[in-house]
Design a protein around this ligand. Structure first.
Ligand SMILES: [Zn+2]
Length: 413
């Protein structure tokens, strides 16, 4: 979650980049923020024509009128979408009764509307952590993904659609590494503030982007800022998406805001760790909200990983926690059941030599997957690279470009 102002990328210097990566393996071998965040102009996601909305900046998608298949799908559900008010800022709403199960006001995760699946916010198994990261793909995530790979640790990655278009090779890495990929909307706005068609479009085009880039059709999503109600749940469920929330918020996204400091954020991690150790999670495990947002959030995840290993019996992607053996629409990709996954890892997650790997993925990377610390540059990411033609690359002239405040003034997660 990026908080801060959206800095237009004025003053970007164009530099030659003769050795731009063209494959996931090549990209995975690049290290360091500056090198990783150089644009590479992949043909796959260039010149998309009218297949996608404008990709020059993250903007709310208003409709799917230019997408024949999307429009057809939307029209097929349009008449069934519950007549629940759009949550315009300042709307009068009875939070006590909470008729719409609006998480933002009540933390409601059990829909009031019949026929909707409950949100997933915890792991069913005891002392188990549903492990995942929002807001990717970050252009400079290689060191972090290397770390996860060195631990043979899979996670759930909640990807923002426009970043998948901007950083397709980074998105492909998640699939190649066997992580679970879920939707985090196209432009990261508050979904309950959008019209039916706009909310549909934010999910539709993100699914489409992930499919274009990875060949996989996701079946899970997480609402930005947790902003979901029964209207949005209905639209998501109509697109075969399970709604994933969380039981613990690390507030890693809020460093420097809302009174959060590196110390308080570590305290949030510690709370989860201590709860796991003291038996609070002996009936049901947890899902934690963390981000592949910046060097700070990724390094914090690395630093706390050994503590998680110590505190929990199992650390698994959310889909594994839920025994979801078919995480994508494509039946060629399967995950092991929770029991099989745990057994393959030799029981507790501490087994670093285990072979527990979600099967079916095309993990054949030859890139540098050694462990390491997260990118050491201080720059937030991602940097919008567009405008580059193939063979050229853009660098932010200040070494820093921040995205945020796309829709809301302050993001919460
Ligand atoms: Zn987010």
């Amino acid at each position: 979650m990026r908080s801060s102002v959206f800095v237009l990328l004025a003053g970007i210097a164009v530099v030659a980049n003769a050795a731009a990566p063209t494959t996931e393996q090549e990209m995975a071998g690049v290290l360091g923020h500056d090198a990783e965040c150089v644009a590479y102009g992949l043909p796959l996601t260039s010149n998309l024509g009218t297949a996608f909305p404008a990709t020059d900046a993250p903007r709310t998608i208003t409709d799917v009128r230019n997408d024949t298949e999307g429009l057809k799908k939307f029209q097929s559900i349009q008449g069934s979408i519950p007549n629940i008010p759009i949550k315009t800022p300042g709307i009068a709403y009875d939070s006590a009764k909470d008729p719409d199960c609006w998480w933002t006001t009540s933390n409601c995760v059990t829909p009031k509307l019949a026929g909707l699946k409950p949100d997933i916010y915890q792991a069913p198994e005891p002392r188990t952590l549903g492990y995942g990261f929002d807001d990717g793909p970050a252009c400079d995530h290689n060191e972090f993904y290397n770390f996860l790979g060195s631990k043979n640790q899979k996670a759930t990655m909640f990807y923002i659609g426009i970043y998948v278009i901007w950083f397709p090779l980074q998105a492909q890495r998640a699939a190649a590494d066997g992580h679970e990929i879920c939707v985090h909307t196209w432009s990261h706005g508050n979904m309950t503030q959008l019209s039916n068609e706009s909310a549909f479009a934010e999910l539709w085009y993100t699914i489409k982007a992930i499919k274009l880039v990875t060949g996989l059709t996701p079946t899970c999503w997480r609402p930005p800022h947790g902003d979901v109600d029964d209207r949005i749940r209905f639209i998501a469920q109509s697109l075969n998406l399970d709604t994933i929330m969380w039981r613990y918020d690390s507030f890693d996204w809020a460093n420097g805001q809302l009174g959060q400091t590196p110390q308080t954020i570590q305290g949030n991690y510690d709370k989860l760790i201590n709860d796991a150790k003291s038996g609070v999670l002996n009936n049901n495990g947890a899902i934690i909200l963390t981000h592949e947002l910046s060097n700070f959030t990724m390094q914090l995840a690395i630093d706390n990983y050994p503590k998680f290993v110590d505190a929990f019996d199992h650390i698994v992607p959310v889909g594994i926690a839920m025994n979801k053996t078919q995480p994508y629409a494509e039946t060629t990709v399967t995950f092991p059941s929770f029991n099989d996954y745990v057994a393959q890892r030799g029981g507790k997650t501490t087994s670093t030599n285990s072979t527990g790997t979600p099967s079916g993925n095309t993990s054949n990377n030859t890139g540098n997957k050694s462990g390491g610390s997260a990118s050491q540059s201080g720059g937030a990411n991602p940097t919008k690279p567009s405008g580059a033609s193939a063979g050229l690359a853009l660098r932010p002239s200040l070494g820093l470009a921040l995205f945020g405040a796309i829709i809301a003034g302050v993001f919460s997660c």
